[in-house]
Design a protein around this ligand. Structure first.
Ligand SMILES: [Cu+2]
Length: 160
């Protein structure tokens, strides 16, 4: 059987979407923040960072108008207590998504300028060492979004 290689490679080239965003090697999946009570002064944003490139990248900062300050945080066990600590960067390795989620890594929104209301979105700008600045729209939700499709079938009721 003969395969026309040049036709095949042309086909592959055509099937690759040519979008500016695709030149970035970082994909931000499902950015969300939990709804805050009206009195809350702080909030947190969560998401999954996927590195589609070949080299390690690092999230080194975030900014936005939603709060006075935006920091990268993690949770640590200290003297038997879970505590939040600012960190300088979050590593995003190829093939190993970094998951920001409640109780773990998160983007801390300190000094909220307005309450986070479910159904609304707000913009954040993520700053990566290599991929540069990536704008995202963070969706405010009452609960964490459903997990990705491959784990969804494990849930027969509500995802926790
Ligand atoms: Cu925090």
């Amino acid at each position: 059987m003969k395969i026309n290689l040049s036709a095949l490679s042309l086909l592959l080239a055509l099937s690759t979407p040519v979008l500016a965003a695709d030149t970035a090697t970082i994909k931000v999946e499902a950015p969300w923040a939990r709804e805050s009570p009206p009195t809350a002064t702080n909030g947190a944003a969560y998401m999954t960072l996927v590195n589609t490139g070949k080299a390690m990248d690092r999230l080194v900062g975030a900014s936005g108008d939603i709060s006075a300050t935006v920091e990268l945080h993690t949770h640590l066990m200290e003297e038997g207590m879970m505590k939040m600590r600012p960190i300088k960067a979050i590593e995003v390795k190829p093939g190993k998504p970094a998951t920001l989620k409640p109780g773990g890594l998160h983007i801390m929104l300190i000094g909220l300028k307005k309450p986070l209301i479910a159904g609304q979105t707000f913009p954040l700008r993520l700053r990566f060492e290599k991929a540069g600045e990536i704008p995202v729209d963070v969706t405010v939700r009452k609960t964490a979004p459903e997990e990705s499709a491959e784990s969804a079938h494990h849930h027969d009721g509500k995802a926790q």
